[in-house]
Design a protein around this ligand. Structure first.
Ligand SMILES: Nc1ncnc2c1ncn2[C@@H]1O[C@H](COP(=O)(O)OP(=O)(O)OP(=O)(O)O)[C@@H](O)[C@H]1O
Ligand SMILES: [Mg+2]
Length: 688
């Protein structure tokens, strides 16, 4: 525990010269008062500044140093404190960006950071918490009751160092959740596997017993032997048939034919052919002659056509020449041949010469026209003569040749008839001989065919019986294979499933055990936490009640705290709620308290909490500074609050920063500041 003995400071706020307060000489109930000579009041003199300096020294201030640094001087802020720390002398100096700590005369070496760490060690709790239990700043309400229920809970958990436990509880919770999830998972797996096992069992039952063969291998051998003997019979029958046929072949009649003399017929045919050739030659000669006449005729006719065309052209020239002669006549009569105007100049002469030249050119053709006409006439006469030659001339030998041919044809026909009669005669006698042979052959064939049909029928029956038996055997083999495959895979699967069930069951048992253990652990932690927590609430509540009861009109009041609230949906709300009781009324809402009541309750609770924290942690400080705690309260209320403070029974110096003359009556020690102009100084530190 830290005890402040002396505090010195300079260059802060209005204090530019060094000030020093010796707390060790002051009693336990101290008023800090001031006189502002500028105003006659006390405001603005520097009362609060003293404790800002203390906060600054311990690193508890949340305002920047530049705000604290006095504007009256360029010299840096400097605060020095002499403490007693668990029996050791401790000195702390802070200013100009430096922090120095002397413990038992020895300086803490190293950086500012190291010194700050030392301060953390000395304070022994979070700095903001330390500040709250040391210094109730101006305008700050009761710190504990100002918290929300949730914050109160958190605050106490922190103070009781239960965070670790809670962290453990959270870990256990997580683990428990994990285990429960795992359990659900394993149970699901187990159900699935068991279901699988059932299905497997059903399947094994469904496939029943192994199939039995319908047909034995011996039967197959018998059937094969049957078929083979039928085949052997067939072969025997076939061989016998072949032997019989071969034997019959020797009985086949020898058939001979007397040759027919066809020389005469052949001669007639040759003669007839020679005559037919002659006839053809004659006919061909006549055809050649006719062709030559036709060709000549065609040549003559084309020649006539050409000549007639020339005659026509000459006639046209003649007409043209007559027209030109007409023109010539006109030109010679000095007249234009086209417009019939008088025309006798050089051009008329040229035209005349031109026409004359044209007429000269036409002349031979026109003169040749008469001879052309003669030629046409001669040719036409030739054509008429040729046309008379176009009639076919029959050769005088032709009728005789034709008759000879006819006669020869008759003779050939007679010879053919003789040949046919000869052949017919022979065939009839031979056929009679052959028919007997064929009948015997047919007889053997018919007998063979009947025997073979019977044997083949038997063979077919034996073969199909064997096939059916083989098919049955094959399908049995397939069925057996299929059965064995299914049976084996089901049995294999059954083994796997059974093993899985065992594993799962083991896992489930392990998990259930772990769950049990985790739940036990959770219960233990919860019990520990709630025991510590409820114990703390109990302590704080009874201490606060004890403090508040010193006020005469609150002598029957109770302050107690309830933790954890269950919400409508069954969730636990981690909160702390202060419950006030007064005059037989329980559960009075804090907000309904009067200003005085509220201040008294606030003070009582804060003092109880501070006491609790310090007892628990064996840390803290011997001061409780209250900066103008009674603002807005009347005399009675102030008295009530002071009563609370006086009776709080803390081993602390209680410092009340307040100008109120009421307080002066009630305290033993005073620190008085005087502000004159822009400067402030501490002018009094006294004990009554
Ligand atoms: N850095 C600074 N330099 C100079 N003056 C400052 C500085 N900071 C604050 N002051 C002034 O110091 C004076 C003292 O302030 P302080 O809060 O200590 O007065 P107080 O006595 O507590 O007054 P009140 O009763 O009104 O609370 C004020 O006039 C303020 O304006
Ligand atoms: Mg002030």
């Amino acid at each position: 525990v830290l005890t402040l003995r002396q505090l010195s400071f300079k260059n802060i706020g209005r204090f530019s010269s060094e000030q020093s307060v010796d707390f060790s000489t002051l009693s336990d109930f101290i008023q800090v008062d001031a006189i502002n000579k500028n105003t006659g009041g006390s405001s603005g003199s520097g009362k609060s500044t003293i404790f800002n300096a203390l906060d600054y020294l311990l690193g508890l201030n949340d305002t920047p140093t530049t705000v604290l640094q006095s504007r009256l001087t360029k010299e840096p802020i400097s605060v020095h404190g002499v403490f007693n720390w668990d029996g050791d002398v401790l000195e702390i100096t802070r200013g100009g960006g430096k922090l120095k700590i002397y413990l038992e005369g020895k300086i803490i070496e190293g950086s500012n950071a190291l010194a700050e760490e030392k301060i953390d060690e000395i304070l022994g709790m979070p700095r903001d918490l330390f500040r709250k239990i040391l210094h109730k700043r101006q305008k700050e309400g009761g710190f504990f009751l100002d918290f929300t229920p949730k914050k109160m809970h958190e605050f106490l958990i922190d103070c009781l160092n239960l965070s670790d436990m809670r962290k453990k509880a959270e870990i256990v919770d997580l683990r428990l959740k994990e285990l429960l999830d795992n359990k659900t998972k394993i149970e699901g797996e187990l159900t699935a596997i068991k279901y699988g096992l059932d299905s497997n069992e059903n399947a094994l039952q469904a496939i029943g017993e192994a199939p039995k063969p319908e047909i034995s291998r011996e039967t197959i051998l018998e059937l094969k032997a049957n078929l083979e003997s039928a085949e052997a019979l067939d072969k025997v029958a076939l061989d016998r048939y072949k032997d019989q046929m071969l034997a019959l072949e020797s009985e086949k009649p020898d058939i001979k034919m007397v040759p027919f003399d066809s020389s005469l017929g052949d001669r007639y045919r040759d003669e007839r052919t020679a005559l037919e050739r002659k006839l053809a030659t004659l006919f061909a000669n006549e055809q050649d002659r006719l062709t030559s006449v036709k060709a000549n005729l065609y040549t003559q006719q084309s020649e006539v056509q050409k000549l007639e065309f020339q005659v026509k052209s000459a006639e046209n020239l003649k007409i043209e020449a007559m027209k030109l002669s007409e023109q010539l006549k006109k030109i010679r009569g000095c007249q234009c041949p086209t417009c019939l105007q008088q025309w006798s100049d050089d051009s008329a002469k040229r035209k005349e010469a031109e026409i004359l030249s044209q007429l000269e050119d036409m002349k031979p053709a026109i003169l040749g026209m008469a001879s052309l006409k003669d030629m046409v006439k001669t040719r036409n006469e030739e054509i008429t003569a040729l046309k008379t030659q176009l009639i076919e001339i029959v050769h005088p030998e032709v009728p005789a040749i034709n008759e000879a041919i006819n006669n020869l044809s008759e003779l050939v026909k007679d010879e053919q008839s003789k040949y046919d009669a000869h052949t017919e005669k022979h065939n009839t006698s031979n056929n009679a001989l052959l028919q007997n042979f064929y009948n015997k052959q047919k007889d053997i064939q018919a007998k063979q065919s009947a025997a073979q049909n019977q044997i083949r029928g038997q063979m077919e029956i034996a073969r199909s019986a064997l096939q059916i038996a083989m098919q049955k055997l094959k399908s049995f083999d397939n069925e057996k294979n299929q059965y064995e495959k299914t049976f084996n895979s089901l049995s294999e699967y059954k083994k796997t499933l059974t093993k899985n069930v065992e594993e799962c069951t083991f896992n489930l048992e392990t998990t259930v055990k772990s769950i049990f253990m985790a739940e036990e652990m959770k219960k233990a932690i919860k019990m520990y936490v709630s025991y510590s927590f409820d114990g703390a609430l109990e302590d704080i509540g009874s201490k606060a009640t004890e403090i508040i009861r010193c006020i005469p009109n609150m002598s029957n009041a109770t302050i107690h705290f309830e933790s954890t609230k269950e919400t409508k949906d069954g969730k636990v709300k981690e909160e702390v709620n202060a419950v006030i009781g007064m005059d037989g009324e329980v559960g009075i809402p804090i907000k309904s308290l009067s200003g005085g009541e509220r201040s008294a309750v606030d003070l009582a609770v804060d003092l109880a909490v501070i006491d609790f924290i310090e007892t628990k942690s064996a840390k803290g400080m011997n001061l409780f500074i209250l900066d103008e705690p009674f603002t807005g309260l009347g005399t009675i209320e102030i008295e009530m609050a002071l009563e609370v403070l006086k009776n709080s029974n803390t081993n602390k110096k209680i410092i009340i920063v307040d100008h109120n003359p009421e307080i002066k009556q009630m305290v033993q020690s005073r620190i008085v500041i005087e502000r004159d102009g822009i400067e402030s100084t501490i002018i009094e530190q006294s004990r009554n």
